[in-house]
Design a binder for this molecule. Structure first.
Ligand code: ADP
Length: 267
């Protein structure tokens, strides 16, 4: 019957999901590793979301199956989230090739970071109810010279990671301070942390530290891309961490010249 078929479709999607997850577990058990084969990453990282989308969509399309409102919504939310995930994956791969070709261009303008951080947090907060977010910028935080879209991308990457690598939840604090002629922005989490021997590898392409066999989606491209973006602004990005306690990522950006007009839209 239809309902039985739906159930077996979902079971098949989950089975796919688990098979796709297995290689990650095996690699993760070897500890940190460098994955240099882009095709392998793409096929591995794409198979899981595609299998889920296919499974949920097929289940929803079954003619006689009855799904209550809540289940339908759950399936649609999963399709929505997996589609975002695939889009992000493709954008990361494109950005990595732009950076590799030395073709990353930025268009700096004066921007107000606290606004931008608030927006990034609001967007992310919709996707998690385990984490609490705190924004800590002094009043009258000065404008920085930065490419709004690219810095938004860096913030989203750091915030996404803070959520992904704090499976138990906890506080995520984004703070900013002025230091000389630049600002320092930090994203602090209370997550799994990073081993000292991995700290200097984080910004290498495809590097992913082990997550104790837990499957965490990702490509190891987010931080190298963020690094390239921050460097293009003349800034630096780095991490400090204690395993089991949490991680702080910080980056610097140049101050905008005083008396510049800030573009409220872009900031
Ligand atoms: P991805 O998250 O796709 O693997 P990134 O380049 O963003 O790629 O991060 C590289 C690796 O750095 C991650 O796989 C993870 O091991 C580690 N990492 C990044 N952010 C954090 C964090 N906030 N806490 C612990 N580990 C992190």
């Amino acid at each position: 019957d239809r309902a039985g078929r739906a159930a077996s479709l979902i079971a098949a999607a989950i089975d796919h999901h688990q098979r796709a997850a297995r290689p990650a577990g095996r690699l993760a058990s070897q500890g940190a590793h460098l994955r240099s084969d882009l095709a392998a990453i793409l096929s591995h990282e794409m198979r899981t979301p595609l299998a889920s989308i296919k499974g949920y969509a097929s289940a929803l399309l079954l003619e006689d199956a009855y799904w209550d409102e809540e289940t339908r919504r759950e399936f649609l939310l999963a399709i929505d989230a997996e589609t975002d995930h695939l889009t992000q994956l493709i954008e990361d791969v494109l950005d990595a090739s732009i950076i590799e070709a030395g073709a990353l261009r930025i268009e700096p303008e004066p921007i107000l970071l606290p606004h931008m951080v608030r927006r990034a947090i609001d967007k992310l907060a919709l996707r998690t109810d385990r984490h609490r977010f705190v924004l800590s910028f002094p009043p009258d935080f000065p404008a920085v010279m930065a490419d709004a879209l690219r810095i938004d991308q860096v913030l989203s990457n750091l915030l996404d990671n803070a959520v992904k690598y704090s499976p138990q939840g906890g506080l995520i604090v984004v703070s900013g301070r002025v230091a000389g002629d630049e600002v320092v922005v930090s994203v602090a989490d209370q997550g799994i942390g990073i081993a000292p021997e991995h700290l200097n590898k984080l910004f290498e392409r495809y590097f992913r530290a082990s997550t104790n066999g837990r499957r965490v989606a990702g490509t190891g491209l987010g931080l190298p891309i963020s690094d390239a973006i921050i460097r293009a602004h003349g800034g630096r990005i780095w991490a400090e961490s204690t395993v089991g306690q949490g991680t702080v990522f910080s980056f610097t950006l140049p101050l905008a010249p005083r008396d510049t007009e800030t573009d409220a839209e872009g900031s």
